[in-house]
Design a protein around this ligand. Sequence first.
Ligand SMILES: Nc1ncnc2c1ncn2[C@@H]1O[C@H](COP(=O)(O)OP(=O)(O)OP(=O)(O)O)[C@@H](O)[C@H]1O
Length: 352
Amino acid sequence: MPFCSTNCGNKAILKRPKTGDTLCKECFFEAFENEIHFTIERAKLFRPGATVAIAASGGKDSTVLAYVLKLLNEKYKYNLKLLLLSIDEGITGYRDDSLDTVKQNRDDYEMPLKILSYKDLYGWTMDEIVAEIGRKNNCTFCGVFRRQALDRGAHLLKVDYLATGHNADDIAETVLMNILRGDLARLSRCTAITTDSGDGIPRVKPLKYTFEKEIVMYAYFRKLIYFSTECVFAPNAYRGHARILLKDLEKIDPSIIMNIIQSGEDLKVNENAKIPTLTRCTRCNYVSSQDVCKACILLEGLNKGLPRLGIGKSSKVKRLLQENEEKETNRLVCNGKDNTCICKNSKVPIIK
Ligand SMILES: Nc1ncnc2c1ncn2[C@@H]1O[C@H](COP(=O)(O)OP(=O)(O)OP(=O)(O)O)[C@@H](O)[C@H]1O
């Protein structure tokens, strides 16, 4: 390797994937951290003195986020109070192990940690949900429940912001995914660095412009402890296709990642396009674009033995809910033979 391109006199040990610069370890740390500081400052991401919950999964991104936020908070005197918030989805052999990493981070970074579980919040673990739904659509449940669980946790902790470890690759992937799905509503808001969940606690993404490859390098050279195993249920997620596409494009030209984000940011939505308006779920009062939020529909499906209820188009969901209500009204006896009963196991007779 040649000398560091900053002329600091040290030998370079890496080539930055984002810029192609050859840098020594110290200059890489500085460049990496300064870019995140610049992102935070330019977007005025945090109000001085605020309390911030860092959504901590134990993975590389949220671990690096916690480490860098602590470092920048001290260096630049943001005066933030930092906490860790973790959601235990109940995935044996994955989340139980990664939560051990989060606990280690809690001790190393001296930040209070709050863990909320799907079992406590929804009555179901992901292991139990997968046993019902199978491995095809399970990520829908996990994503919807996690989003709401993090918001609930943020409210419980009475924080001012919820910071997630979403990085530039995640955001570019989401742009591609929303294009592939034709989901204009999500496409128009997925590149925002701050999103308002509608109930007062903004979600922020300080790593929005940070490349995943550089996060891995940073964690490696800083010797940070993180959990690197892929979720045992993830391989079938739709996101995986967008991810593969992005990785292939990145090989051609790494700046494609930033270009996709920029395209998403500059996108202007046709005024005639139909964008759903946010309202409150009539059941749980959580912010929703429908009368009943996705989490409540998914949960109802699980509890009634119709786990596919919330999967697919909202018109299909409405029809299923209606059919279900009709069945409930008409139900007298489940004979366990004709499969018409809505009970979880229609082989078991139910006498009303
Ligand atoms: N179980 C969880 N508890 C708390 N926050 C989570 C959890 N899962 C994901 N997040 C948050 O959402 C962000 C993006 O989620 P993603 O699924 O990409 O995470 P990951 O790959 O498991 O871990 P990481 O992004 O930390 O490397 C994470 O960086 C983290 O801030």
